[in-house]
Each structure stands twice: as structure tokens, then as C-alpha cells.
Design a binder for this molecule. Structure first.
Ligand code: GLV
Ligand code: MN
Length: 195
């Protein structure tokens, strides 16, 4: 739901000053064909981390050709058992297709209704804008998913990081009162989120 473009394209000048909505355009005379192609998804992401997943972003920061076009994609790799932890995209709906493996895809509505399904090769899902969602590899081997967004920079609030790994940290009493547990439990959770 980014705003509509007013010209054919506006390849981002990432060194330019970010304006009210997006990046300024590179001068047309400097635009080259390779601005419109991106090979960032040719390699598997490194899933050797606590959650066993890796997101490779093809948003405007990685792929300046999408600037002002209201579109971007991700590649997500999952080790066996890996999870792309619950997160929210504040600026986009997401759709995706399973390229490899068996993936449990779920989202939670603002009314706390949970929708989910296990998907295989070629099957698609959609996550309505702003809703919390995750994917988990529930198959035996690796999994890979390609996702797409109606924003050049959908943003991601990763819920465990927002709550347990912010900088500076949230006051501990906010977390102990919210979850109604002791400090030790909060500190145990925090110690895991240095990925
Ligand atoms: C998956 O949820 C992604 O944001 O790419
Ligand atoms: Mn997502």
C-alpha cells in the first residue's frame, strides 16, 4: 500500500537523504539495466542460529530498483525444525509460495483467532497487513519460501526481539507484570535472543 509512482521508475539513490516517502531518484542518465535485476536470492541464507531460519530481503535497501513501486520480496530458508519467529509487517500484506519442504504457516487476527495450515511445494499463503505471523519447517529436510509484499520496505517488528531484545531494554517490571512471572524467567528468555 505504498503510494503510487508518478513516473516510470525512480531507482533509489540510497546515499541520498531519505525524503518524506522513500528515497530520491538516481539521475535518469545514470540508470542502468542492472538496476532492475537482483541476484540476492540465488544463495541459501545461513540458518545456523538459535531459531534455525534466515531471511534474505529483496527490499529497496537491497534492490534499489523497486523504489516507489510498492513491491518487494524475501527469500526465507529454514533448517529442519527452524522457525521464522512471530512478527508483524507494519506497511504491507504478505503473500508467499513454498519452494521446498513442508512449512506450517500461521497468523493471528486482532481478535486472537489463529489461522494455520501446513503447506508444500507450489502452495501459497497470504498474511493480511499488520497481523502477527510465523512459519515453521515441519518437514524432515530443509525448507525454502519466497514471499512478496505490497511495499518497497514492509518493515518487520519481530515480537520476541521487540519485547526481549530492544535497545535500551524495556523496564524489567513491565515484562514481569505483563507476563506475570518472576524476573528469572524473563532473564532466561532474554539470554536466548542474542542471535
Ligand atoms: C516471512 O514471513 C517474511 O516476512 O518473509
Ligand atoms: Mn513476514
Amino acid at each position: 500500500v505504498d503510494s503510487d509512482p508518478l513516473q516510470d521508475f525512480c531507482v533509489a539513490d540510497l546515499n541520498g537523504t531519505l525524503s518524506i516517502n522513500g528515497f530520491p531518484c538516481k539521475p535518469i542518465s545514470k540508470v542502468i539495466s542492472s538496476d532492475f535485476f537482483f541476484d540476492g536470492f540465488t544463495k541459501e541464507g545461513n540458518t545456523s542460529n538459535g531459531v534455525g531460519s534466515a531471511v534474505t530481503s529483496g527490499n529497496v535497501l537491497a534492490f534499489p530498483g523497486v523504489n516507489t513501486l510498492g513491491i518487494s520480496m524475501n527469500r526465507v530458508d529454514y533448517a529442519p525444525g527452524g522457525v521464522n519467529p512471530p512478527h508483524i509487517h507494519p506497511r504491507a500484506s504478505e503473500t508467499g509460495v513454498i519452494i521446498q519442504g513442508e512449512v506450517l504457516v500461521g497468523f493471528i487476527t486482532t481478535g486472537n483467532v489463529y489461522h494455520s495450515k501446513v503447506l508444500k511445494f507450489g502452495e501459497m499463503f497470504v498474511i493480511p497487513r499488520g497481523l502477527a505471523h510465523f512459519q515453521m519447517n515441519v518437514g524432515k529436510g530443509k525448507a525454502m519460501v519466497i514471499t512478496a509484499f505490497n511495499s518497497q520496505l514492509p518493515g518487520a517488528t519481530i515480537l520476541p526481539l521487540a519485547l526481549f531484545a530492544s535497545n535500551p531494554p524495556l523496564p524489567i517490571k513491565v515484562l514481569t507484570k505483563t507476563f506475570q512471572v518472576e524476573e528469572k524467567i524473563i532473564n532466561d528468555i532474554k539470554s536466548k535472543f542474542i542471535f
